[in-house]
Design a protein around this ligand. Structure first.
Ligand code: HEC
Length: 230
């Protein structure tokens, strides 16, 4: 982000520097013919250059501020999205999963299904890329990729690591990525617990399911929020 803030003015100011460079050559070429004005024009020339540089730089200050602010805003929004999604899933699971009640697809729609919908809504409205990744995944699209496997292993090993900022390369572009681990709670176990006790609809709908046999406190996966930042 810092890189972006500092690179931006340098790039945009360049045409101005070029303009003043040509101005200075022009003034310089007329310089020798006006000997009387020599010392006065020298001072004048310097002050024009300094004045122009100050004016053009201050003209870009608001852009620099906005660029920085946008990045900071996106960063803090990425953090709040992960918190919202993790808390939403946990709250819904505690509300809708009753001990010993049959878990149907309708109940799922109120838990991980509702979370999926909310993720889609935020991505479409706010332009973030949001993804879940797991070593033992249920939805094949959520299977962890090479660099995600590394992150998940790190989250699993080091429980004091609460989140991580890094970059991800998507379609040749660099994205800022914020990731946060998701842990298994009691309310998750009716669908992510023992293999044999999984609800019927899950066995039928996810033939390659690997998201079972978890225990409370296990790392279930992670959520990643990514945004493009030049
Ligand atoms: C009612 C059953 C049900 C409950 C309860 C439930 N899940 Fe899920 N979960 C699913 C299903 C089904 C999927 C696959 C959704 C899809 O197709 O994208 C899933 C997917 C996930 C994923 C995405 C990664 C993957 O494997 O595809 C995570 C992370 C996850 N669940 C975590 C949790 C956590 C944490 C809890 C408890 C707070 C929980 N789930 C409770 C059924 C459930």
């Amino acid at each position: 982000m810092k890189k972006f803030i500092f690179e931006y003015p340098a790039k945009t100011l360049f045409p101005h520097f070029r303009y003043f460079f040509f101005c200075s050559i022009y003034l310089e070429s007329n310089y020798g013919t006006k000997e009387k004005l020599k010392s006065r024009s020298k001072k004048g020339f310097c002050s024009i250059i300094i004045f122009a540089l100050v004016v053009s730089f201050t003209a870009y200050l608001p852009f620099i501020a906005i660029a920085g602010e946008n990045s900071e805003e996106k960063k803090s929004r990425a953090v709040s999205i992960t918190d919202e999604i993790i808390q939403m899933r946990s709250g819904l699971a505690q509300t809708f999963i009753k001990p010993d009640s049959e878990i149907t697809e309708d109940i799922f729609k109120n838990v991980c299904g509702a979370v999926g919908k909310r993720v889609k809504e935020i991505s479409e409205k706010e332009g973030f890329m949001i993804r879940h990744a797991a070593l033992k995944n249920r939805n094949p699209a959520n299977a962890a990729k090479a660099e995600e496997i590394k992150l998940l292993e790190e989250f699993d090993k080091n429980r004091s690591l609460k989140d991580r900022w890094d970059t991800a390369e998507i379609g040749g572009k660099k994205y800022m990525r914020y990731s946060k681990p998701i842990f298994v709670e009691d309310a998750c176990l009716s669908c992510h617990g023992s293999k044999d006790k999984r609800p019927k609809f899950i066995i039928e709908k996810y033939p390659n399911d690997r998201a079972y046999d978890f225990k409370k406190g296990d790392l279930r996966g992670m959520i990643e929020v990514m945004f493009y930042d030049q």
